[in-house]
Design a protein around this ligand. Structure first.
Ligand code: ZN
Length: 241
């Protein structure tokens, strides 16, 4: 694989931008845990509250949202995140609007994110097995639009500057859940943490963690084999610096 921004060791703050409370762990939990362990300040912004993440028609959506917020915080503690925040947008209703981009740009500026990690908005189909949730595609699109043109430009949400925030240039963007990875990140030693963090999302694990334990291990082993390590995660990495 050609050299990418991922091959330049980074140490600055990171912002993860995902659609649902458990997306970060599934898409990139090993990499996020690795960065936390390396001393990077890693923050998470979840754009919807996950209140449709249940097949039980009697499940109260507000209660589910509250449960998922608590699960997100617990999972973040397992990964070692510096912060984890969940916006109040309803699950399944994520749109790329000024309001959502403002929240992402504000967070990029607040945490001084040098790296943004999200998901590939162009990934519609995964083999012939399933296709991507609309919230996932939109989360990737929102993250990219917030990075550029947005966080680094003083004329986007200039009220932030009047409040004392500064513009923030993001150096590199990592997109998981991609069909076009240009970088495979070695997460050997961090797979257990990824699975332990995901296990905190108990509301999504009616069948237990076993399915994810097996499927994520298989996926990590396959990616790892491609670069000669035990476990890895694939990304499309963009070097914007
Ligand atoms: Zn999701």
């Amino acid at each position: 694989m050609a050299e990418t921004a991922a091959d330049v060791p980074r140490t600055g703050p990171v912002l993860g931008v995902f659609a649902h409370p458990d997306d970060a762990e599934i898409a990139a939990g090993g990499t996020l845990a690795k960065w936390c362990a390396a001393g990077r300040q890693v923050h998470l912004l979840v754009l919807t509250n996950g209140d449709r993440g249940s097949s039980d028609p009697a499940r109260d959506r507000a209660e589910l949202a509250a449960t998922r917020l608590a699960e997100t915080q617990a999972a973040g503690a397992v990964l070692g995140l510096a912060s984890a925040r969940v916006l109040g947008i309803a699950d399944g209703e994520l749109e790329n609007t000024d309001v959502v981009r403002e929240a992402v740009i504000r967070t990029i500026r607040e945490v001084r994110a040098e790296t943004v990690l999200s998901v590939d908005p162009t990934a519609w189909f995964f083999e012939h097995r399933y296709y991507n949730h609309s919230d996932h595609r939109r989360a990737g699109e929102i993250a990219l639009d917030a990075v550029y043109p947005g966080a680094g430009n003083p004329h986007y949400f200039s009220e932030h500057l009047r409040e004392g925030l500064e513009i923030q240039e993001v150096h590199d963007v990592w997109l998981g859940w991609t069909n076009e990875p240009n970088h495979i990140e070695d997460i050997t030693g961090f797979l257990a943490m990824k699975i332990d963090a995901l296990a905190e999302h108990g509301s999504q694990l009616s069948e237990g963690i076993r399915f994810f334990q097996e499927s994520l291990t298989e996926e990590a082993a396959k990616a790892g084999a491609s670069i000669g390590v035990e476990h890895a995660e694939g990304f499309r990495v963009l070097d914007l610096s």
